[in-house]
Design a protein around this ligand. Structure first.
Ligand code: DHB
Length: 374
């Protein structure tokens, strides 16, 4: 996305990706786009397929104690969300960069950063069995939590904030029609469950599990039994089952590094911060980061003005910490943590009851869920 935004401003960039295009375009991740993300894609000419295939949702359901409750996002905030898978966004972005003859290299190896102290940092890498060096004005680390860019920042100048959760999500993709026209976030004594969707034919569902859980230990029958149990309700709603064609387990972590810049190295997205998946903020936060970066670089190249770039880390981190809090809060409200905490379980139920009764509480959830304005 950053490469696309820079291209629209006439600024050259090279994207180095260690994985193959096929792997990038098929890795299953989250699927909820904030309105700000959708607006950005539309404004930059990438909204056509999204408009055709994405599903706009005006509300979500909170389920607990055998009842489902609707939160009307649009009535509360005048905004909506769009369900459109992250790898579909990536396909659209890659297609746009390739159509514009952008420099987009896949399966790059042995990437390292040099001369970070200088005004011309270098990226060394290997591609198609040849070694290369790029000298550039800026290195933007969009290389994820396990990437090399954050690690290249001097540790003493960085502060990391971390929280690892004692649970993960078991995710499945199912060939079935949607069970509901909106997402259902459910809290049950056995743990969290989420009913999401991908299309009229494919559904995405998750349930809280041990982070070490092995997919081989979960037969389709066992998965359906667990989901049915956690989603049982008195509203006459039932889950539509189908053929499960993908199973995976994701761990859950909150992480922020500060600052998001060292000289001419700037971090964006998961390279600088991770949220647990509850609330689907990851992609949206990365979009907000690169939007700020594109504006800051434009103002530098057009007007020689460094002030936006100098403010990047602080400005990005304000939104990051808001999303960190929201994702942590929603995770805590909906996940169970062993029998140790019957007190905690009562608090959770009390909070959920308040969430679906108080307009103020609902508005707080809705504003954060649809995303604060970019
Ligand atoms: C999805 C993922 C999320 O983390 C979430 O909060 C909602 C939906 C999804 O993959 O569909």
């Amino acid at each position: 996305m950053l490469s696309h935004l820079l291209h629209l401003q006439g600024i050259e960039s090279v994207v180095l990706e260690t994985r193959s295009q096929q792997a990038v375009e098929s890795t299953i991740r989250a699927g909820v786009l904030e309105q700000g993300t959708v607006d950005l894609l539309n404004q930059t000419g990438l909204g056509a397929r999204l408009a055709r295939e994405g599903a706009k949702h005006q509300g979500i359901r909170l389920a607990f104690d055998g009842e489902q409750h609707r939160i009307d996002l649009t009535e509360l905030t005048d905004r909506e969300i769009t369900v459109y898978a992250q790898h579909e966004v990536l396909k659209d972005l890659i297609a746009a960069r390739q159509a514009a003859q952008g420099q987009l290299l896949f399966e790059v190896e042995q990437v390292s950063l040099q001369q970070l102290e200088s005004a011309r940092p270098q990226i060394h890498y290997r591609h198609l069995d040849e070694d290369h060096i790029i000298s550039c004005d800026f290195v933007i680390g969009c290389d994820g939590f396990h990437g090399i860019c954050r690690a290249a920042m001097p540790g003493g100048l960085r502060k990391d904030y971390t929280r690892v959760y004692p649970f993960g999500w078991f995710g499945i993709l199912v060939e079935a029609p949607p069970s509901c026209d909106e997402l259902i976030y459910a809290r049950h004594a056995r743990g969290f469950a989420l009913v999401s969707t991908r299309s009229a034919q494919v559904q995405r569902m998750y349930f809280q599990c041990d982070p070490q859980e092995k997919v081989e230990d979960w037969s389709d029958d066992r998965i359906w039994h667990e989901l049915e149990t956690r989603l049982e309700n008195r509203n006459g709603w039932s889950l539509k089952q189908g053929k499960i064609f993908q199973k995976n387990v994701v761990g859950m972590r909150s992480f922020v590094t500060e600052p998001m810049r060292y000289k001419r190295l700037l971090l964006a997205g998961d390279a600088a911060h991770i949220v647990p998946p509850t609330g689907a903020k990851g992609l949206n936060l990365a979009m907000a980061d690169v939007r700020l970066l594109a504006q800051a670089l434009e103002s530098l190249y057009r007007q020689g003005n460094w002030s936006h770039l100098d403010a990047y880390s602080e400005q990005a981190l304000r939104r990051v910490w808001r999303a960190e809090h929201f994702s942590w809060w929603m995770t805590n409200m909906l996940h169970t943590q062993g029998e140790s905490s019957s007190f905690q379980q009562r608090l959770q139920l009390s909070e959920l009851q308040y969430m679906v009764k108080s307009r103020s509480a609902m508005t707080m959830l809705a504003e954060n869920y649809v995303g604060l304005p970019f």
